[in-house]
Design a binder for this molecule. Structure first.
Ligand code: ACK
Length: 988
């Protein structure tokens, strides 16, 4: 009995779609369902497998192969495909769809019926000829295929046919092609379809890069790295890459391309910008509309051209609108007094659309009637300068009496000079009509030493009023064109010091009255003496002062002068002598401690840091500590307050710093480093270490308790509550602690009010030790370009610039702490950015005196902030000075607010910047919002502002106390500046 018929009847299944063309990561090598003609597969023996081709409803063939010799034993029927070219495949997948009858469903077949068949393959480089014989042994077995589902039985006892799908991988395939073979050993099978494919990662566009079709590796765990090529009008940012996975999926996109200039991304491609738009930079940004006053006519523009009469400065970005030169300044005005001429104007009505507006003032001096005008050249002096002014005013000094001056004020911006338009100028003509003094008489040399020359001269014959002072201008004869110095004196003689030996100098003298300056006397040339000069002994009181200043004790000299002038505090001279002597023995060649004084040991020099802790800190049994409450959070863990019991002693309050759990070895070392440092100190103004807990958890550092916490928050909480003497007492304590540290060679690096602790008797103690860790910890510390973190506002410029930390840089920080204390915890430099702080210090700006600050203290601050670090006072100078102030509180009565006259400044008095407009000044103290209040109240010049009292400031509408304080502090400094300008010599 043949089962073929039975089988055919049950086999007629609906047509199944066997291949899925929407699978882009498969390349099909063979799909029997898609073959339209004869398949032409071979069978061995010919009557084993049967090829049946039916037609579907669309008249396409359905190729099936059947075999069902279940009744006969020893079946060995082979079906072999045609030769299948491998193409790029390294590994192929064979997907079989078939039905298989279970032997139980066929009567009388037990023993011969099978339920599996074998799948085999053979690789060859070319198809075998038609005459080639079939050798089963040439085929390698891929797998024995069994049905997942064969015929199953329904509840009603009917059998339902199920289609099986099996997929097998074969690889690596190395020859050019292969045959598949199906071996039947006695089963009842219908092979409905065979699909052979390999996998690939299909070509794709990703991140504006194109990736080609890529065949995965045979080894499924390794990926193929593929480099993409940027699409047209795109350029590489980071090399675009994708990885092709074994299943034909792209993985891990890296790098990218971006659209080039003039092009923007759209649907994965880079399209040209439309006319009227531009894109100046490569990047995945959209094209932008041309900025105002510019246009683009073509597609793909990288920039827009400026309209007529509009320009771009060389550094203007393409994104900026085109701009034009400004119109002329408006309403030029002048005011004149005896010594200074102030020019003021209003900004131009058209700034040209730019912000970089500056002004140039050109000066011409005109003689009497009919005489031609000529450039003023170096005759007059402009403060701050004649060119590149940012404000709308300038002071003109040193003009000659009885002359006519014409000033041309020009507004300039970044595109001035482009195009060919005439320069718009505003003109002011000023006549200095008052009669100035006539020339002084002949200048004589009285004597000369190696470094000084004494001069005298006859007073002007026609002074036309009281001589206010004389100005002596001098320069090295050889260096005439390069620079000159000047000095002033009230009497008709002077000793000019600081000169080079054996050098010829040229001197000019001129007199000043309320009406202005006389002309300069004719040149007088005098030489200094050489080393053997008999005149080489410097004498007289002025010389003593000069010597002292040159000796580097400028602070003391200034203060001496100041205090002498105020007619009090004679003790200071003695103190100065003692302090100088002490310093000479103590500080020669840097740090040399007194004999017997211990020197600080850096714990980092210990190979084993634990050893350092135990050398300098006592181990405390934790049972002696009682933690009461948490008072703050440190970087390493909580800071608590509590009590420490010591046998035979009174229980004492302590602060306990803890190291939180889960720390690393490095954190533990950094945490304990502070104890190793603190344990070396023994001074009433340094926080005292009681001991450490290292042998149990948590690790702790126990220090004395300071009832009032950190100084900055303490002062802010008690704003205005203390007398000046109390504040000076606190400062004295800090200076004394710092003197101790510098004496034993420890540089703190982070001295600031936040790192000072205060006890309930207002005693201040220096805390927060730990070298670099301190800075890591400090929220104020910012990274600098030289590396490392630095609290910029508290740090000396040399430490910021090249990490030159020293006791002298600690002195700078101490000056800042003084300022914090005197301003009750105000933030140094207010809201200025760190960068602005660095720049303004570099330009010579220093913090003004806080409101109510005694002159002597602000002077001390200024000396701590000397740029030259060797000129700063040492901590022992500071302690001595503060001690004297405390003993003579009368010296603290002169507040900066009250200063009406200021002593002659020595050469090293810091220079302050001169603000010329109210706007500049308010900008510099970040109070620009009040500009209109000043102007509306009639304060149009800084001169007038410098006379304002705190009541005036309140009256013009500054209601916030902090702002009042900041403005008044700065007004005090302005006052000093005016005095300083009027009274000091100038260096050009
Ligand atoms: O400003 P404060 O009250 O003072 O808050 C901080 C907080 O712990 C985190 O450092 C306070 N603090 C630190 N050390 C001590 C101490 N020895 N005595 C009292 N308070 C301390 C500090």
């Amino acid at each position: 009995m043949s089962f073929r018929l039975i089988f055919c009847l049950i086999f007629l299944l609906p047509r199944v779609i066997l291949s899925d063309p929407s699978q882009p990561n498969q390349v099909v090598l063979l799909d029997t369902t898609a073959v339209l003609g004869e398949l032409g597969w071979k069978t061995y023996p010919v009557n084993g497998w049967d090829a049946i081709t039916e037609m579907d409803e669309q008249n396409r063939p359905i190729h099936t192969f059947q075999v069902c010799h279940v009744m006969e034993p020893n079946q060995n029927n082979w079906l072999r495909s045609n030769w299948i070219p491998r193409q790029a495949a390294q590994k192929i997948y064979v997907e079989l769809r078939f039905t298989l009858r279970d032997c139980n469903s066929i009567p009388w077949v037990s023993g011969t019926c099978k339920e599996t068949f074998n799948l085999l393959y053979q690789e060859t480089d070319e198809p075998r000829g038609p005459a080639a014989r079939f050798h089963p042994a040439d085929y390698a077995k891929i797998d024995t295929i069994a049905a997942d589902e064969s015929f199953t039985q329904t509840d009603l006892g009917d059998r339902v046919l199920r289609l099986n799908t099996e997929v097998r991988e074969v690889g690596p395939i190395e020859r050019k092609g292969f045959y598949l073979a199906f071996q039947d050993v006695g089963a009842c099978i219908a092979l409905v379809s065979v699909r052979v494919y390999y996998k690939k990662c299909p070509s794709t566009l990703r991140n504006l890069a194109a990736f080609p079709d890529t065949v995965p590796r045979v080894d499924s765990s390794s990926l193929v790295e593929v480099r993409g090529a940027c699409v047209e009008n795109a350029e590489e940012r980071d090399t675009p890459k994708l990885y092709c996975g074994a299943d034909g999926d792209w993985l891990v996109p890296l790098g990218r391309c971006v659209c080039s200039v003039g092009h923007e991304e759209s649907d994965g491609l880079c399209l040209a910008c439309r006319p009227g738009f531009y894109k100046a930079f490569a990047g995945n940004i959209k094209c932008s509309k041309c900025p105002p006053h510019s246009f683009s006519h073509s597609e793909g523009s990288a920039f827009c051209h400026c309209e007529k009469d509009f320009y771009r400065a060389p550094k203007d970005p393409a994104t900026m609108a085109c701009t034009r030169p400004p119109s002329a300044p408006r309403n030029p005005m002048f005011t004149i007094n005896e010594t200074a001429l102030f020019l003021e104007w209003m900004p131009p009505s058209d700034t040209g659309g730019r912000k970089d507006l500056t002004y140039n003032v050109l000066c011409q001096r005109c003689g009497g009637a009919g005489q031609a005008c000529e450039p003023c050249d170096g005759d007059v002096r402009f403060v701050p300068r004649p060119l590149g002014l940012t404000g709308t005013s300038v002071a003109v000094q040193d003009f000659v009496a009885n002359a006519n001056y014409t000033f041309q004020i020009e507004a300039v911006n970044g595109v001035s000079g482009m195009g060919r338009k005439a320069r718009p100028l505003a003109n002011v003509t000023v006549s200095t009509e008052q009669a100035g003094p006539s020339l002084v008489g002949v200048v004589r040399k009285d004597w000369a030493s190696q470094n000084s020359i004494a001069l005298s001269w006859q007073e002007a014959e026609q002074p036309h009023g009281a001589i206010l002072d004389y100005e002596i201008k001098y320069y090295e004869k050889e260096q005439e064109q390069l620079s000159y110095s000047s000095t002033r004196t009230k009497s008709p003689s002077v000793i000019v010091s600081g000169l080079k030996p054996s050098t010829v100098y040229v001197f000019h003298v001129r007199a000043r009255t309320l009406a202005g300056y006389s002309g300069y006397s004719p040149k007088s040339e005098f030489a200094t003496g050489d080393e053997n000069s008999e005149e080489a002994s410097d004498q007289g009181p002025v010389l003593v002062i000069v010597t002292a200043a040159v000796g580097g004790f400028s602070l003391l000299v200034i203060l001496t002068l100041f205090l002498l002038i105020t007619g009090r505090c004679q003790w200071y001279i003695k103190a100065k002598m003692k302090s100088e002597e002490k310093r000479r023995t103590h500080y020669q060649n840097g740090h040399v401690p007194f004999p017997g004084m211990k020197t600080y040991v850096d714990p980092d020099t210990y190979e084993d840091p634990t050893l350092a802790v135990h050398e300098f800190a006592k181990e405390i049994d934790p049972s002696r500590i009682r933690i009461e409450r948490v008072i703050g959070a440190g970087e390493f863990g909580e800071v608590c307050s509590g009590r420490l019991r010591t046998p035979g002693k009174k229980e004492i309050p302590v602060a306990i710093k803890t190291l939180k759990g889960g720390y690393t070895e490095r954190q533990r070392r950094d945490f304990l480093r502070e104890a190793s440092i603190m344990g070396q100190f023994d001074n009433p103004n340094i926080i005292r270490l009681e001991g450490v807990v290292t042998k149990s958890r948590p690790v702790m550092i126990v220090v004395e308790y300071m009832e009032n916490g950190s100084l900055d928050s303490f002062l802010r909480k008690h704003d205005g509550h203390f007398t000046v003497i109390q504040l000076v007492g606190m400062l004295r304590g800090i200076a004394s602690g710092m003197m101790y540290l510098s004496d034993i060679g420890y540089v703190h690096r982070d001295l600031a009010a936040r790192n000072i602790l205060v006890d309930d008797n207002l005693v201040c103690k220096v805390s927060d030790f730990g070298l670099s860790r301190v800075l890591e910890d400090d929220p104020e510390a910012a990274y600098t370009t030289t590396g490392g973190k630095i609290p910029i506002r508290w740090t000396a410029p040399e430490a910021i610039a090249y990490r030159k930390f020293s006791s002298a840089s600690d002195v700078w920080s101490y000056g800042i702490v003084m300022w914090e204390v005197m301003s009750y915890g105000e933030r140094p430099y207010w809201e200025m950015s760190n960068q602005d702080v660095i720049l303004s210090i570099e330009e010579g700006y220093r913090l003004p005196a806080p409101m109510g600050c005694p002159v002597a203290l602000h002077q001390l601050m200024l000396h701590c902030w000397q740029k030259e670090r060797n000129r700063r006072p040492r901590f022992n100078d500071i302690v001595d000075f503060l001690d004297k102030l405390i003993r003579n509180p009368g010296c603290l009565l002169t507040l900066v607010d009250d200063v009406q006259s200021f002593p002659e400044s020595p050469e090293d008095t810091p220079e302050y910047p001169l603000f010329i407009s109210i706007g500049d000044w308010l900008d510099s103290i970040k109070m620009s919002q009040y500009k209109n209040n000043f102007l509306a109240a009639g304060y149009t010049t800084l001169d007038s502002v410098s006379t304002m009292s705190i009541d005036d400031v309140r009256r013009i509408g500054v209601s916030l106390i902090g702002h009042q304080r900041r403005i008044v502090s700065s007004i005090q400094t302005l006052r000093l500046q005016f005095l300083h300008v009027q009274q000091s010599g100038f260096h050009v």
